[in-house]
Design a protein around this ligand. Structure first.
Ligand code: NAP
Length: 502
């Protein structure tokens, strides 16, 4: 198995171009190489290495909040995880290994700036920061949580201290003895605040909305257990299967029978009661929306960190001054560092402004602030484009890797169909796209994400849930097993038809 990633200059033409070298891009490139060795594949990546969010997010305490046993590609199983919730360095190492083992060339520091579909030639012309490349099939694997959201807070430009986003942690800025403001109390903040609280002089946590937090049942995976998984891989498959089944059960609570959610609320409230003695503080930390409406957070250290002598918990951020941050009550907190842990822009992906389809409109114009895609991967008017981690494929209960693998297999099945029938382009029909979108809307209607009374990144600017997948992951994987030609319109590859009839 290769130990270093194959890096080459950008070619001028390729059969399949994959944009992004995170989990999604690697899964796609890996699957195309495995199933279609006759096709050329190339991966372009705006960063300097593979890894996606696990390369970018290096904040203290960064770890996966999905059990690691579900967090590897089945084609590149990893029996050697050290923790039941993998830490960022081991996840990054794993992805570097997958990139090296993927028999496809990569060009790093290469950002897609424009991609245009040429109907006459049935090709995409893709412009990047390192030149232009043409391809027959374009795979957009740029990630849903890859572009940090930095809110436009009044006064931010006046601040004289250091500012950064949690996804681009500034390791050159030593926080020892600093007065820090952290904005946001989501999945990222609850991981890094407990890690920094001991060494800062003070941390002021700006909480706009409290989160439901449950215990993190984490453990180190010992040498013996790892050796067992390596020697007898079926034992790892059994563990993986059991964790998988247990996690699928969450869908019943979140999407099917929200009436059962009080069970989870009980667990979260008991966790808070055990860790927070002060009833007034408990009230400030108790959400007023249903559990599961926003991502449920796992932590044993968040509540203790909020009660640490170095911490002040306050309300939302109103304004920033040259040396401080003003909360909703008008109180100014003197700070020299501001860390925005304010999330990402999954429903407004920047790449959507750069992909231009059949009628000259961008993906962003087609979506008009509410992304949707047939099966989460195909968009009408954008032939031979496949989205990885596209609309309505995010999970609240299990590993996104399961969804990405299903999408990679669908891509391979689409390529099969094109190759065996001499097809130059396939474009999902408008009817199929609309039907699928209506089905998603109806399935999501009763879910806690839509009806739980919160505002979250699952809901787009139009008020639609364009992020979550509402069913079991096995339903998605079964649906994605085969490309469905009935829902696509095709053009034929004239050269290949002529070859076949000669
Ligand atoms: P997030 O969950 O979207 O949380 C953002 C936080 O910032 C929220 O508390 C939000 O408050 C607050 N916020 C946003 N804009 C604000 C503003 N203008 N003023 C004040 N507060 C503001 O972001 P995240 O914590 O980075 O996590 C994003 C997603 O990444 C997660 O849901 C998860 O899927 C993924 N993630 C995963 C892991 C993992 O372990 N696998 C770790 C980190 C992140 P409101 O709630 O009021 O909007």
């Amino acid at each position: 198995m290769a130990t270093t990633t194959r890096v080459t200059p950008l070619p001028s033409s390729v059969d399949v171009l994959v944009v992004g070298a995170g989990f999604g891009g690697l899964a796609a490139a890996h699957e195309v190489r495995r199933t279609h060795p006759e096709l050329s594949v190339h991966v372009v990546e705006r960063g300097s290495s593979a890894g996606g969010v696990w390369r970018d997010n290096t904040y203290p305490g960064c770890a996966c909040d999905v059990p690691t046993s579900l967090y590897s590609l089945s084609s590149a199983d990893e029996p050697d995880w050290r923790h039941s919730y993998g830490r960022q360095p081991e996840l990054r190492r794993y992805l570097d290994g997958v990139a090296a083992a993927t028999d496809a060339p990569f060009t790093f520091d290469c950002e897609l700036t424009d991609a245009r579909w040429d109907d006459a030639r049935a090709r995409w012309t893709v412009t990047t920061t390192q030149g232009t490349v043409e391809c027959s099939v374009l795979v957009s694997a740029t990630g849903a949580l890859s572009t940090p959201e930095l809110p436009d807070v009044p006064g931010l430009d006046r601040f004289t201290g250091t500012v950064f986003h949690s996804a681009h942690w500034n390791h050159d800025h030593d926080l020892t003895g600093k007065r820090v403001a952290t904005i946001g109390t989501g999945a990222s903040a609850i991981q890094f605040v407990p890690e920094i609280v001991d060494r800062v002089e003070h941390v002021t946590v700006f909480q706009r909305t409290p989160a439901w937090v449950v215990p993190r049942v984490d453990r180190t995976i010992g040498r013996l257990e790892r050796a067992l998984y390596r020697r007898l891989p079926f034992t790892h498959r059994i563990t993986r299967g059991l964790v998988y089944l247990y996690r699928e059960g969450y869908v019943v609570l979140m999407a099917r029978k929200p009436a059962l959610l009080p069970i989870a609320t009980f667990v979260a409230k008991r966790h808070m009661r055990r860790q927070v003695r002060d009833a007034a503080l408990r009230r400030r930390l108790t959400p007023d929306y249903s559990i599961g409406c926003k991502r449920i957070l796992l932590s044993n250290t968040w509540f203790p960190a909020l009660q640490h002598e170095n911490t002040t918990l306050t309300g939302s951020l109103r304004e920033i001054t040259d040396r401080g941050a003003i909360d909703a009550d008008g109180v100014e907190h003197p700070v020299d560092t501001i860390v925005f842990a304010t999330g990402f822009t999954p429903t407004e992906p920047p790449v959507a402004h750069r992909i231009v389809g059949r009628d000259g409109r961008t993906l962003a114009q087609h979506w008009n602030h509410s992304p949707s895609a047939y099966r989460g991967v195909s968009v009408h008017g954008f032939p031979n484009l496949l989205l990885m981690y596209g609309p309505n494929t995010n999970l609240g209960h299990s590993s996104i890797v399961l969804m990405l693998e299903a999408q990679a297999r669908y891509l391979a099945s689409m390529l099969d169909h094109m190759r065996t029938r001499g097809i130059a382009s396939c474009d999902v029909t408008e009817l199929a796209e609309h039907r699928y979108r209506a089905e998603m809307d109806s399935e999501l209607e009763r879910s806690v994400w839509n009806s739980g009374g919160c505002s979250s990144w699952y809901i787009d600017a139009s008020g639609r849930n364009s992020v979550m997948w509402p069913k079991f992951t096995w339903s998605y994987r079964a649906m994605m097993r085969r490309f469905d030609p009935a829902d696509y319109a095709f053009t034929r590859d004239v050269a290949s038809s002529e070859r076949n009839s000669a």
